[in-house]
Design a protein around this ligand. Structure first.
Ligand SMILES: [Zn+2]
Length: 713
């Protein structure tokens, strides 16, 4: 449940979230194991030879067919509810496993297969096999130390002592500052995060970056809203905090008091936090200061000592993403007692290392997670250890993974598909009626300069300087976090590395990064059922092609459009066209804001705007790319469906999912993506090509017309 570091999810728009989600193409911290609930994303043209046996759950679902007949619910008319039509059979037949909060037909199938592959690699490394491969020993040791449950139980809280000693050393504001730096470096989410990031207005330069943080629940709303569900979760959270204190040695009455102190500080932080909607707006999170400016803004934090302790004593250019938050923290440093600060830091240290501790602590965290997501139990230990290893040394593990999966041929096929989608965008921009010539020219320039990275990095990161052994899971994690933090901080003041990957190759996801004007599709997601050589192209364009179009459209969504071809935050829109864009975006915001999840919570139209624009545009581009090749459109019918129908079913069946009610509620509170059913119904009901393919008529639920029909790109 650790909060992701900002650099991992700094794709605009992105929230830091504890129990986060993610979904789908893109965006966020796919490496945080707590956030692996993700959804799908991209696909792959390449056949995948898995070295590990595919688990039964995966084989039962995947089939390389254009239309999964068994997934359909033919009792529902496609023009009434296309999601239910495409997925109803699958939804009924596929219960959510106890150790998951949601289950997706595509994403989870791929994820299961990837994790089985990674497991077999790590087990071989742990046995000393394939020792000549990069970082084989370190990977094997990291995985073994994580799998050593007996050793972890025996060690008890001992491995935590060194971390808690940093907390005990807090005696005043000065030592608090030093402890903050030390704990943050070890991966503890204390108050805020200091990292590095591209200067929004100078795409050639990396500056220091301060982001709000320090909450144990996923969002400020959980502290501030008073609806029954949020109140109940707040109570459960307080119980959880209390129990962690008891389990680490406090008397129950002391633990109760300590939990109240933690909640009080977190509530104050929540009040000062910027909302998730505002955090999606690039201009609201860009406030570059120099050292003197930072000191003036937050005078009670000893910044010189803090930055020296972090290892960046001379950094001057710093972007403070949320100035009001940092100011408030400075006020709290003075007003909160030293004893309460120690209590707060002690909790975040225990919670930050919870996964590395004995089962009684891990189970306690699981109980809270269950309340939050509905997930009943933990995934098996091996899965948690595979994810932890990927998080700690993703590019080392990734090298072995791509060797076992996607070859060079697959990489080439994916690149060809991406070019087809880019051509479709070019054609679309040239036809778009609401554009003027000046803005159109800038948009075309931006499109031409998009760079793509596919499957895996050309140059791999080295972990040689990271010390890993079998001595202890917690110590390994702490060192891996410090190693990553140092790598991030070392970038400050240097030119931007445009070839860096923000996701590891086995990740089942993809992203567009506006500050680089770049799309990235990791090998993890380039697989069936998102793409398969063994089925017709219509379904491939509907699934993986749509994902590519989705990422491309992010360059032109409400956030992405504020960055120019080089990745600078810059106004390149003529005022009249700016207004035209906003009119169209507000149609999308309104449409999605009417959708509901169980319990009555509504989708947040503002929070999900960028993703919804990307879904609408992505589908349109994929369809255009599919129709541009007459050979593809002539493909045979499959299960009685025309090529056009296969395209739309290929898209919709990529989103078949079951989600627990608690989880859907969590998602609408925190996730910038809409729930899966609306990611299908929403875009399709705006699309005349869909209505034509299934002969839907005016008045049908899947047909929006007139002023309620939305189209941006
Ligand atoms: Zn997206």
């Amino acid at each position: 449940m650790r909060i992701a570091r900002p650099q991992r999810q700094r794709l605009l728009g992105l929230l830091t979230m504890a129990v986060a989600p993610i979904v789908a193409f893109a965006c966020q911290d796919a490496r945080d194991p707590s956030s692996q609930v993700v959804l799908p994303a991209i696909s792959d043209p390449a056949p995948v030879a898995t070295t590990a046996p595919v688990p039964p759950a995966a084989t039962a679902i995947v089939a390389n067919v254009s239309v999964d007949d068994a997934a359909l619910d033919k009792g529902v008319k496609p023009c009434d509810d296309f999601y239910q039509f495409a997925c109803g059979g699958w939804k009924k037949a596929t219960p959510i496993p106890d150790d998951e909060a949601s289950w997706y037909r595509s994403f989870n199938v791929i994820s299961e297969r990837n994790e089985a592959t990674l497991k077999s690699i790590l087990e071989a490394f742990a046995k000393g096999e394939r020792a000549s491969e990069p970082s084989a020993k370190a990977l094997g040791d990291f995985y073994s130390a994580c799998m050593d449950e007996e050793g972890i139980e025996k060690a008890g809280l001992e491995p935590l002592r060194a971390e808690l000693a940093k907390v005990d050393a807090v005696k005043d504001a000065a030592s608090l500052t030093v402890a903050l730096a030390q704990l943050q470096k070890a991966g503890v989410d204390a108050l805020f995060a200091f990292s590095s990031g591209q200067d929004f207005k100078d795409a050639t330069l990396v500056v220091g970056q301060i982001e709000q943080g320090g909450l144990g629940m996923p969002d400020r709303d959980y502290y501030l809203k008073d609806d029954a569900k949020k109140k109940e979760l707040r109570m459960k959270y307080e119980e959880y905090v209390t129990h962690l204190f008891v389990l680490t040695g406090d008397k129950p009455e002391d633990a109760t008091k300590s939990a109240k102190a933690v909640l009080k500080i977190e509530r104050a932080l929540a009040v000062a936090s910027m909302s998730k909607e505002d955090r999606r707006e690039p201009k609201k999170v860009y406030h570059r200061l120099d050292r003197a400016g930072l000191k003036a803004q937050a005078p009670n934090i000893g910044w010189d000592a803090y930055l020296t302790e972090l290892g960046v004593p001379s950094v001057t250019a710093i972007n403070v993403a949320q100035p009001a938050f940092v100011k408030a923290v400075s006020g709290l440093v003075k007003s909160v007692s030293v004893a309460d600060w120690r209590t707060y830091l002690r909790f975040h240290t225990i919670q930050g290392f919870n996964r590395q501790l004995p089962s009684k602590l891990v189970d306690e965290q699981m109980k809270f997670r269950a309340a939050m997501t509905g997930q009943a139990k933990l995934p098996p230990r091996w899965k948690r250890c595979v994810r932890a290893t990927d998080e700690a040394m993703g590019e080392a593990l990734g090298q072995a993974f791509v060797k076992a999966t996607l070859g060079a041929e697959g990489k080439a096929t994916v690149e060809t598909m991406i070019r087809a989608i880019e051509r479709a965008m070019n054609g679309n921009l040239n036809k778009l009626s609401w554009m003027d010539d000046a803005t159109r020219a800038r948009a075309l320039e931006k499109l031409a300069l998009i760079s793509n990275m596919v499957a895996y990095p050309d140059k791999w990161r080295s972990y040689d300087a990271l010390k890993i052994d079998r001595g202890g899971f917690l110590a390994n994690t702490s060192r891996a976090d410090a190693f990553e933090q140092n790598r991030q901080l070392a970038k400050i003041g240097k030119p931007v590395d445009r070839l860096e990957w923000l996701m590891s190759p086995p990740t089942v996801n993809a992203y567009y990064e506006p500050t680089l004007n770049q799309m990235v599709f990791p090998a993890g997601i380039l697989q069936p059922p998102f793409y398969s050589n063994d089925r017709g192209m219509p379904a491939n364009f509907g699934s993986i092609g749509m994902v590519m179009g989705h990422e491309l459209t992010h360059g032109f969504d409400d956030g992405g459009r504020q960055f120019d071809a080089k990745g600078n935050l810059a106004d390149w829109w003529s005022p009249a066209i700016n207004t035209e864009f906003e009119k169209r975006a507000s149609c999308v915001e309104k449409q999605f804001g009417t959708y509901e999840v169980p319990g009555g919570d509504k989708v947040n139209g503002k929070l999900t705007l960028g993703e919804n624009i990307a879904d609408l545009g992505g589908l349109k581009l994929a369809y255009a790319a599919f129709k541009s090749d007459s050979e593809k459109t002539k493909s045979e019918s499959a299960s009685g469906f025309s090529p056009e129908q296969q395209f739309f079913l290929g898209f919709a069946q990529g989103w078949c999912a079951n989600e627990r009610d608690e989880y859907q509620r969590l998602m609408v509170s925190t996730n910038p993506h809409s729930p899966p059913q609306y990611r299908v119904i929403g875009p399709l009901s705006n699309m005349p090509e869909f209505a034509k393919a299934f002969t839907c008529k005016t008045g049908d639920k899947m047909v929006r017309e007139g002023a309620s029909k939305c189209e941006v790109w």
